[in-house]
Design a protein around this ligand. Structure first.
Ligand code: FAD
Length: 371
């Protein structure tokens, strides 16, 4: 077995998570080799919505910290990354959902997240394309959007980062085997290969969640904020069957991204007409004129979901020198900077910027073998 010392650190996967980790590690002065097989990534398929989510305290802490990091990074991002701090407007269809908005408001405000309740009557002043009769909304002003594939590429632009197109077919602790049989070794290996993580580490509890997306022609000014129905929280995160929720995002080009759908138990990338129709019907229930717009493309992607919806970031408990940054589900673009900071702090044995416990792989994989 030939083993080459490739770099200080090898990162498997050049999606937004691998790229963010590589950038953070290179910033610490390490030489990083990033290996990517060039597969259809979630980063290329996703919406790039940067949002604070509060399904639980750990998700809120991670997304809030990461949003703060994105706002700091924003001044350095080239225009190709299409970052905008346009805010998310959560939509309440009825009094029950308005009560959810009010609860969310009090939770977020208590954590220092800038947000504002919008009464039903004022909603169409903010977003005239919304239908009449909605009960109100909650505006999260610090949320944003970006174009994740360009951002991942930007993150990898460092003289200390070498990118190589190569498929890793095996990982043993701090060594990786490429398809041609070459073994590469480094001080540490970071597994950040999204939905394919289980091909290299079958013990990881990661499941694919399929999503459909659609993009329209250019209609500048038709929508300003990212519009998400409050039912998103229940339909997106708690359902086990197929689910859809209204999610309309204005792109800087004037185009609209329309989502969101979730399906378990399939790895078929085909666009499914029935699911697309269901998703669009949901969106038109909030923005009726959407039905008049031209759609130019629809596609699918797969989110890497863990059982508790939180990512696995940290040391693999059973493999010396192997670190994990996987399982980011539908929030990996948002939480990429936070994941990178958490990983770096653990690798350098520093106090992390937020409590790391809730995201440690050991919560699923058992006790540390090499503590
Ligand atoms: C439809 C949809 C909508 C989404 N919307 C949002 C959103 O609005 N906001 C948000 O925050 N998140 C969103 N997400 C989630 C987000 O896109 C993902 O969490 C994130 O992109 C995951 O990044 P990643 O780097 O872990 O994985 P990926 O982007 O999948 O990258 C993994 C990389 O690993 C490489 N790879 C795989 N196996 C190997 C191997 N054996 N050897 C070498 N390389 C390998 C692949 O080629 C790929 O480039 C969405 C996802 C989907 C599918």
């Amino acid at each position: 077995m030939s083993v080459d010392a490739a770099a200080d650190l090898i990162v498997i996967g050049a999606g937004i998570i691998g790229a963010a980790c590589a950038q953070a590690l290179a910033a610490r002065g390490l030489r990083v080799l990033v290996l990517d097989a060039g597969l259809h990534s979630a980063t290329a398929a996703g919406m790039g919505h940067l949002l604070v989510l509060d399904d639980n305290a750990a998700e809120l802490a991670l997304s809030q910290y990461s949003l703060q990091r994105w706002r700091e990074l924003a001044v350095h991002l080239p225009e190709a990354c299409a970052y905008r701090n346009n805010g998310t407007l959560w939509l309440a269809a009825n009094a029950e959902e308005m009560a959810v908005a009010e609860h969310k408001f009090s939770v977020l405000q208590a954590q220092g997240v800038a947000c504002e309740l919008v009464a039903g009557g004022a909603l169409r002043q903010r977003e005239p394309a919304l239908r009449e009769g909605l009960a109100g909304g909650l505006l999260i002003t610090g949320d944003g959007i970006l174009y994740a594939p360009a951002t991942a590429q930007w993150m990898l632009q460092s003289p200390r980062i070498e990118q190589r197109q190569a498929k890793v077919c095996a990982v043993q602790d701090n060594r990786v085997c490429l398809e041609d049989g070459t073994w590469l070794r480094a001080d540490a290996v970071v597994l950040a290969n999204g939905i394919q993580a289980t091909e290299l580490c079958p013990e990881l509890p990661i499941e694919a969640k399929k999503g459909h997306l659609l993009i329209t022609d250019r209609y500048p000014g038709s929508v300003t904020h990212t519009l998400v129905e409050l039912g998103y929280v229940t339909s997106a995160h708690n359902a086990s069957g197929p689910s859809t929720a209204c999610n309309i995002q204005p792109r800087p080009t004037g185009q609209l991204f329309i989502g969101a759908s979730r399906q378990f138990g399939t790895l078929d990338p085909a666009v499914e007409g029935w699911m697309l129709a269901r998703m669009l019907k949901r969106a038109t229930e909030y923005m009726p004129d959407l039905a008049q717009l031209n759609a130019i493309r629809a596609w699918t992607g797969f989110r890497a979901a863990s059982p508790d919806g939180l990512p696995l970031v940290g040391r693999h408990p059973h493999h010396q020198g192997l670190w994990l940054a996987v399982g980011h589900e539908g929030l990996g673009v948002t939480t990429a900077p936070a994941s990178a900071d958490l990983l770096c702090a653990q690798l350098f044995n520093e106090t992390p910027p937020l409590a790391a416990h809730a995201y440690l792989p050991a919560r699923f994989l058992g006790a540390l073998a090499h503590a």
